[in-house]
Design a protein around this ligand. Structure first.
Ligand code: HSE
Length: 431
């Protein structure tokens, strides 16, 4: 049996799991690959720590602190980048492809910025990135292969496990954001610096990768609307519960004449399939014009799930999949579809206001909303534990994002409103 020789950069949670899987499932992996998969060397920061890990796994792999050693090793066929970060990881991709090695990465942040730069560099070499979006869910192959007969009308995904865990804890057990976040950190879901998990950045990176596959659109994170979950309160959870919604951080891509890409907390109907994706799990609904809706659910993070996707790329390369695996060139739509302006988003909204509880305030609020063409759907007012302060919670009928933004700016100026108004989009029907 011929060999496929690998060099890996990074030996953290995912890297260790890749080696573990090769050791444990080697027989089936080799049989499916049609080649013997050999991990020849790993580039690490701390050699002594990595050597101990290897000894614990009873594994014999060369260690180095110098990435050149694998880039210049003519025996190595595939470079696997599992270290994270953006620019240095991109340099490794460039150098690996220049050295005519196939390249595999789990790095969504790097691909969010450099996926369009990598595609032309690949020129015939395979580039695998199944592990970059939703860990163990093979969503890249779904878009690239399984649904390739379809125009993709919409993608709605819970793309970040940490934020989904936090929102589930808030919704089901009434916890506040800070407590739920602390728990997610203790359980090892959130990073020590969890900002990209909770500010929507991580989900944004993943959405951009999916949008490239679905639409050939090469937007950057700065070009799209990305909001996180840090401002969500138990009041919002209560309103959602009262009116039959749950709150999820969704990555949304929709195509009409233009492509709409956004990541934000959304109120979605309790009975929708995606609302049932709880805890640290990920879920993605894809609507194709021929297939209709299909739904994918699974572990979006964690060493073993992510390693499962990395190894699927290794096997695909061993089988001789070509550069088309990258999937980013879609001549039909490439460059033709434009990104929709954020102000043109047309949605239903939820609004939370803290107001002085005195005569006439509700009238003032509804007048301002009315002047901006915003029609109220549901309404809930609650007293708070602060004297003379009430919470007003509304849902609206459809309006444009620019209208709601103007109305909220005007509301903020009213003396009776005591805190910056908060809005969330309702994603309760497929348009
Ligand atoms: N921090 C990410 C999450 C890990 O919570 O989903 C997987 O990308």
């Amino acid at each position: 049996m011929s060999k496929l020789v690998l060099g890996m950069v990074g030996f953290g949670v995912v890297g260790s799991s890749v080696l573990k899987a090769i050791l444990a499932n080697g027989e089936i992996i080799n049989a499916r690959a049609g080649k013997q998969i050999v991990l020849k060397s790993i580039v690490v920061r701390d050699k002594a720590k990595a050597a101990k890990k290897l000894a614990d796994m009873n594994a014999n792999v060369a260690l180095s602190t110098n990435v050149d050693e694998i880039l210049q090793d003519s025996e190595i066929d595939v470079v696997i980048e599992l270290m994270g970060g953006v620019e240095f990881a991109y340099t490794i991709a460039q150098r690996a492809l220049k050295a005519k090695k196939a390249f595999i990465t789990a790095n969504k942040a790097m691909l969010a910025y450099h996926r369009s730069d990598i595609a032309p560099l690949a020129s015939g070499l395979p580039v695998g990135f199944e592990a970059s979006v939703c860990g163990g869910i093979p969503i890249i192959r779904v878009l690239k292969d399984g649904l390739s007969a379809n125009h993709i009308l919409a993608i709605r995904g819970i793309l970040n496990g940490t934020s989904n865990y936090i929102l589930t804890q808030m919704q089901q057990f009434g916890k506040n954001f800070a407590t739920a976040l602390k728990e997610a950190q203790n359980l090892g879901y959130a990073e020590a610096d969890p900002s990209l998990d909770i500010n929507g950045g991580d989900a944004g990176h993943k959405l951009l990768i999916l949008a490239s596959l679905a639409y050939g659109i090469h937007a950057m994170p700065e070009d799209i609307l990305i909001e996180g979950i840090a401002d969500i309160t138990p009041d919002d959870m209560e309103f959602a519960n009262e009116f039959g919604y749950v709150i999820k951080l969704l990555g949304i891509a929709k195509k009409n004449d233009e492509v709409e890409l956004r990541v934000h907390p959304s109120m979605i109907k309790k009975e929708s399939m995606i609302s049932k994706v709880d805890g640290v799990m990920n879920g993605i609904s894809v609507i194709g014009d021929y297939v209709g809706e299909s739904m994918y659910y699974g572990a979006g993070a964690g060493g073993e799930a992510t390693a499962s996707s990395v190894i699927s790329d290794i096997i695909a390369i061993a089988r001789g999949e070509s550069a088309a695996m990258l999937g980013f060139s879609r001549p039909l739509e490439e460059g033709k579809l434009k990104l929709k302006d954020k102000g043109e988003i047309y949605s239903r909204y939820y609004i939370r206001l803290y107001v002085r509880d005195k005569p006439g305030v509700l009238g003032q609020v509804s007048q301002i909303l009315g002047r901006h063409n915003i029609s109220i759907g549901a309404f809930l007012q609650k007293e708070t534990d602060k004297k003379n302060i009430a919470t007003m919670l509304f849902s609206t009928h459809h309006c444009f994002e620019r209208e709601i933004n103007h109305a909220l700016c005007e509301l903020e100026q009213i003396e009776s409103i005591t805190q910056k108004p908060f809005k969330m989009r309702l994603e309760d029907e497929y348009e």
